[in-house]
Each structure stands twice: as structure tokens, then as C-alpha cells.
Write a protein that binds this ligand. Sequence first.
Ligand code: FES
Ligand SMILES: [Fe+2]
Length: 313
Amino acid sequence: MRPPEVVPAWYMAAPSRALKPGRTLRFQLGDLPLVLFRGRNDHVVHALPAHCRHQGVDLAHGAVVGDCLRCPLHHWEYRDACVRIANAARVPAAFQRAHYKVMERYGMIFVHPGVEPTELPTFTPPDEELAFLSGAQVDLDCPWYVPLANAFDMTHLRTVHHRELLTAPEMTFPRPMTFVVRYATSVIGSSWHDRAMRALSSNHIEVMITCTASMLLVESSAGRTRSYLMVSLRPRPNGGVSILPLYAVPKRRSGLHHAHVRAARALFNAFLRRDVSPLSGIRFPEPYVDPHDATIDAAYRHLCRLPAYQSEE
Ligand code: FES
Ligand SMILES: [Fe+2]
């Protein structure tokens, strides 16, 4: 048993600033091709199956006319679905059905396969109290669920990340698609970022990781410093994963949060970079059961129980 390829849940697509009014953006969720566009007047983002319902033109070649996307070949027009067929009185019901939901929050565009949206993971502080910074996408040659399960691999915290558990990991399952792990660690490494974290935290780092479908939220307290990381793991066409991070820190009146969020990005990246080479090319055995680490074992079983998105195209 393995986790499904695409889950009916939220995925981070891109920073909002990457899609200007009147522009399109091609997007891929596993083997599902999508196109996103932003209306010229209302600035609302829509997501559609990428190929025109008529003759299958890739709608990324379309033109945004007003708040609709117009296919270049015979000028069918789309919003969440087809809304107008040139020279036809009405659009057939089958073409009027939307396939995706879109939301903008934290300065990012989120896409949800299926039109019954599930809950978007949220940071503990209210949005207006946080400063956000999007990060660069990283592509890895491994299934999407491996870096996600890795976040719950308590054994590798010591061997790869040079952190020692101070408390036993505490796991809860608050909602059907969500599980949460809390623990505290000390730093046993000696690299520049290990030393920085040791100094910042008085060598006691509290971590809470929330996994909702294929999104991870990491909230960490190191002394008086709080930092936040949201990561979306998107399956790539024909295997592999695209990892898109978003960093956040509490806003400060002094404006120092601009420097702080960059420092948080540098520290999170230095921590995560250690996973890149061990996870490249990794394939979990089938079945994968881990009798040595109850946390990753429970996390993986949870991922295997996630519902699969059934595309009805
Ligand atoms: S192929 Fe798009 S309108 Fe004909
Ligand atoms: Fe890791």
C-alpha cells in the first residue's frame, strides 16, 4: 500500500506575484496538466484543466480577455470552466463543471483538485501578525510522500540533522487528513547554523509539525525566537516531487522582521539541505514498515490512508 499520487487537498502553486493580471501560468499536479490565469479587471485567479474542451489546445497559449481566458483556436471562453462558446447559444452542462478551487493567502496561490475544498493549514498566529517570504522551488527525484514522511523520521534527526530529542515525540490526529507531532531537541552539531541555533535557543528547540494531506507546517520556538515554515509537496509528471517553501516570522514594529525572515529562511534551508542528497533517488520498500521508529511509521500509515483525487475529465 502506498499514498495516493494526488490528494483532494490544497497545494501551493506559486507566489501570487508570479501571476500578474492578464497572464497565464502552466502548472502540473502529477500527471494532471493545469493552467492558471488572473483576470485583468477583478484580479481573481482561476485554475482549469490545461486543454481546451473543444480540440484540446493548451490554454496556456490563450489570451486573458477581461476576466476570461480565451482559447486561441476558436475563441471558447473560460473562467473556472467553459462559460462561452463562440456562435453557440449555450455551453453543454458537462463543460460547465469546474475541476479546481483556487485561494490566495500568505502571498501565495493555492490550488485544490475537486470543488469541495478541505481546510487550508494555518499558522498558529493570525496572518496579520506574520511577515512572509516565499522560497525557491526544489525538485527531487523521489515520490512526493518521502520528504513528507522524512519530517517525522525521529532517528535521522540525530544522524542527518545533528539534533537530539529531549522529549518523546507526542503525536495527535486532530482531523481525518491531519496529524501533528510535537517534540523538543537540543543541537549536537557544530556547523555555523548548528552553532547559531544553539546560541539562539539556549539549546532547547520546541518543534510542532502539522501535516495536512501533502502540506507541512513547521512551527519552531528557539528561546524567544519563533519561526514558521510551510512546505507544499507536489508530485511531478512521471514521478519526482517539487517542494515549494514559504517562511514566516512574527512582525515587529521596528521592521526588523525583514531581516529576521531572511535569517529564518537561511537556517531552515541549511537544516533541510542535509536531506537533499540522502533522499535523491530514494524508493520506499513495499510494504514499508518501520519497527524502529513509531513516529514515521504512524505518519506513513496515515499518508497511505489519504483519499485519492479522481479526475473526472
Ligand atoms: S480548440 Fe479551443 S476553442 Fe477550439
Ligand atoms: Fe530531514
